[in-house]
Design a protein around this ligand. Structure first.
Ligand code: NAP
Length: 282
């Protein structure tokens, strides 16, 4: 079997088109969906990511307000900005770009965001709704993974899903979303005794580890669906996923490439959350 390579760029473009249309409808009612982006310090990767978000937002009829703060910003200054954005009626969504420079308490900042504007879906209230299977803001990369499964008409209900990685940002929310969609979910991590055996049993494999090609192609069951969230840069500057792509593609039914698979979905889902926030709030 040679797998379908899931084109995340195309699905993300389609989603951004849907978001642009919803945003336009809101604009016609006098509501301009607005995302506030807070970038602290000068981490080059974060700056590139923020620029990508800003460009995609403009193309999707979402207004962006950039707030660039120096690396020397104190916790109190950052929290004061979040407080101002919480109270600003124009702002629908607040995104604080992570990671924050050393010395700043990320969790305290996330907790200070108004849950109604938590378009990153990382506030404990949003995560609580997700755990309860109730509607709320869903973290963007996990949301993007579920949309990719929908696009390929994956049978999720009843499927055996194995998620490798248990971060609050990716692994745990994906596991919850899959369980909410009636998959039978196993969450693996660095202490899992026999990772190969767990992966071999899976109809759906989600890799969110951050270790290049840790998931070997031979572990993938025939006909499985593989979503590779990992982004790893080799010393030569090449991007590799967490899954051994070429060998896995010989066995899988469908697989996301890296780059061009899960990655492009994140920003599209952030914009979808922002337009959703605007529609709910106003
Ligand atoms: P993270 O917080 O470092 O979590 C990594 C997880 O992988 C942890 O749960 C860890 O287990 C597990 N792990 C590490 N080594 C393992 C091993 N040998 N066997 C099994 N599990 C192992 O990373 P993250 O933020 O979730 O990100 C994961 C990857 O996704 C990274 O490559 C990141 O760049 C990428 N990412 C991509 C996007 C996107 O596409 N837009 C967004 C976010 C993240 P323990 O819990 O036991 O330590």
């Amino acid at each position: 079997m040679t797998a379908l390579s899931i084109d995340g760029k195309a699905v993300a473009a389609k989603l951004r088109g849907e978001v642009a249309a919803s945003a336009l409808t809101l604009r016609e009612r006098g509501v301009a969906p607005t995302l506030a982006v807070v970038l602290v310090g000068d981490d080059p990767a974060s700056a590139v990511y923020v620029r990508g978000k800003t460009k995609a937002a403009r193309e999707s009829n979402v207004d962006v307000r950039d707030h660039k703060l120096p690396a020397t910003t104190s916790q109190a200054e950052l929290m004061a900005l979040v407080d101002t954005l919480n109270r600003d009626p124009i702002v629908d969504g607040i995104l604080v770009q992570l990671p924050l420079p050393k010395g700043l308490d990320e969790q305290a900042v996330i907790r200070s965001i108004d849950p109604a504007k938590d378009v990153d879906g990382l506030h404990p209230i949003s995560l609580g709704y997700l755990a309860g299977g109730k509607p709320g803001f869903v973290p963007c990369t996990p949301k993007g993974c579920m949309r990719l499964l929908k696009e390929i008409d994956a049978q999720v209900a009843g499927a055996r899903a194995v998620v490798v990685g248990r971060s609050v940002l990716v692994g745990k929310p994906i596991a919850l979303l899959l369980a909410n969609a009636n998959a039978t979910v196993t969450m693996c991590h660095s202490k899992t005794r026999d990772l190969a055996a767990e992966v071999k049993r899976a109809d759906i494999v989600v890799a969110a580890i951050g270790r290049p090609e840790l998931i070997r192609g031979e572990w993938i069951a025939d006909g499985a669906i593989v979503l590779d969230v990992g982004i790893n840069r080799t010393p030569e500057g090449k991007l590799l996923g967490d899954v051994e792509f070429a060998a896995a593609a010989q066995r899988a039914k469908a697989i996301t490439p890296v780059p061009g698979g899960v990655g492009p979905m994140t920003i599209a889902c952030l914009l979808e959350n922002t337009v959703e926030a605007a529609a709910r709030r106003r």
